[in-house]
Design a protein around this ligand. Sequence first.
Ligand code: UDP
Length: 243
Amino acid sequence: MHSGAERVLRYEGKAKRVYRTGTPGECVIEFTDAATAFNGERKGEISDKGRINCATTSIFMAMLEEHGVPTHVIRQLSETELLARDVEIVPLEVVVRNIAAGSFTRRLGVPEGTPLSRPIVEFSYKRDDLGDPLLTRSHIEVLDLAPADVVAELEVRALRINELLRSHMVDRGVTLVDFKLEFGHTADGELVLADEISPDTCRFWDTATGDKLDKDLFRHDLGDATPAYQLLLDRLGATGVPA
Ligand code: UDP
């Protein structure tokens, strides 16, 4: 890990570790090579993924900030670490879909690759022990997971982020199929985009070839995911860790 001020592990997720720093309101997020799929049933590693996803997230978050979307990222600290604002995560996974894939195809019988007539926003309960179940707005309200105005705002932000990511990727020959977002509140109550944006959390298809450039390669054992993750980063025009 990056040397420097004392850090205390605050949370260890499936692909990231979050550390407290000496500064209140800030944390360090370390991206690892660990990969899981199907709610942890399939476990492994995608070599070099920590570096690639850290850089990819850093680029996407900076692009979104430039377009007025507040995020938790402050700056990249090292090849595998971001400095971020500390947030209390809203316990909802916000999924946006442009094209049918994954659980949408499994649940609804729509063939993979079917374009959707408009982007869909779905909410799931961020609960690994329950397998992140899909939620209706009534579920969210009755279970008191988030106030209605926050849910409405999450949908507006998710759709705006979709438009920004989609057009950014179109220009780079990549189709944005679907993705998952997480949001959180900072100590002063600001709602910001949190977590990561990477091939672990998005489906990206090479527009020209249809090749998958995301975690589906790992999920379905379709070959080495590292070159695909790297290709995606290359398309973003990464130039390395900022000094
Ligand atoms: N996703 C994610 N974390 C999750 C579930 C989904 O990052 O816990 C992402 C996934 O990579 C895809 C999108 O959200 O880009 C939609 O996933 P889907 O519901 O199709 O689930 P999956 O096929 O992963 O079971």
